[in-house]
Design a protein around this ligand. Sequence first.
Ligand code: GDP
Length: 493
Amino acid sequence: MANDTIAAIASGMTASGIGIIRISGPEAFAVAGKICRLKKGRPLGETASHTIHYGVVTEAGGSEDAVIDEVLILKMNGPKTYTAEDTVEIDCHGGPAVMRRVLSAVLAAGARPAEPGEFTKRAFLNGRIDLSEAEAVMSLIEAKNDYAMKSAVRVLRGSVRHKVESMRALLLTHIARIEASLDDPEHLGLDEDIDDMADNDEEAVFTIRHTADYLEPERMKAEDYRRALGEAVDSVLDGIGDMLAHYEDGRLLREGIKTVILGRPNAGKSSLLNLLTGEDRAIVTDIAGTTRDILEETVTLDGLTLLLTDTAGIRRTEEPVEKIGVEKARLEAEKADLLIYVADVTRPLDKDDEDILGFIKGRPAIILMNKTDSVPVITADELRQKSTAPVVPFSALTGDGLGELKAMIKDLFQKGEVTYNDEVTVASERQRQALTAAGDSLRLVRQSLADRMPEDFYAIDLTDAYASLGSVLGEDIGEDVVNEVFSRFCMGK
Ligand code: GDP
């Protein structure tokens, strides 16, 4: 347990109804007691756990005149708190100035300012949650849509922990069996019995002594043992494979579909962006080449989040300012999950359009035939001949075709593979890497089994897999990794 007491503003720093100052640590009640005066006059330290009190906050050591705000004080004794430590939350009025004053009073009374994520870090270090659950807290706060939110809540409620723990338990029985058998003087190596023993030799055994003394040693034919271990390895590999697949499938839904809008100047890219975001954010103008830099917006369409990038267009240009934008546009477009090519139907296709058509070839793309409200000079067929991407007649001016565009995006990214089911998926890139490492070690075990290697060989890989799975939950990982995880948290969490 940490021995100092930390405090921070836990709510947003904008004017709002309520602001929350959170205090956690062994001195939480003493610190809050110095500045909180309860209406009923009782010292905070003497009140029951998990109770709420009406009172005022004063400057540390202040008099009646030094009242900062009228507040509600939540008192919670550890370990049944977020951090598992004694905790006080002060609900004050939600103005930035008020919150700052209350926080400085708390600090003057003896608390130290919390680092970003330090409350959650304490919950982890105190063993209340594992690292997968801690990371899910952050994913939940950052969730952009329902899908991301639901996946995060599942992990927060222990789905990854339960799954990983059961896989580890299975591996551990096998590690223990092998270790115990290696220590056994009567033990016959798995590699030895193949040639040395006849099939019907009942004594061809792999001795398993359970680590608990009261259990009789199991005696098992080496071949049977090999099979049992192979099955265990396969079942853990399947479990890992499922978790990784769901992570990949759900990635675009959770994080958003990186979408780049392409088109030559004046095709209507900014107008499309404005239509989708519902705001007049991009600069719309009819002078070619004015959208020079890159604008990014997030929109959620029927549960799908698009991370929209409007670019200056892929266009050959000599003008330096615009060139920067054009290069950036290419880079952005190469990383995109979806390209929306805005073609202007009031003008014949030119070299720029041909370039874009070449670029989107083989990439996930939708072609919008924009300005269909005006007199068109090109047809859908003309575009279809030049590209396999779906073509949608559109008008950024009237909004015609928007429904079809949305339906098409849903079709491309939500083919029923990713659902709101109860699949267990990891919550972070760190967890994905740890799971991948565990899978790699287990594949080595499978190879050693196939090659009939001696068992001490794969005991090492089994142990590595066990450790990698442990690191998903934050077991035995370095302080630097822990710090790195929590440094991404926001203040007060
Ligand atoms: P960008 O350079 O590709 O970003 O194009 P803008 O969005 O700035 O649009 C260029 C011009 O085309 C502006 O005058 C828009 O009002 C006009 N425009 C955009 N979309 C449409 C459309 O669907 N129909 C018509 N008639 N005009 C449009």
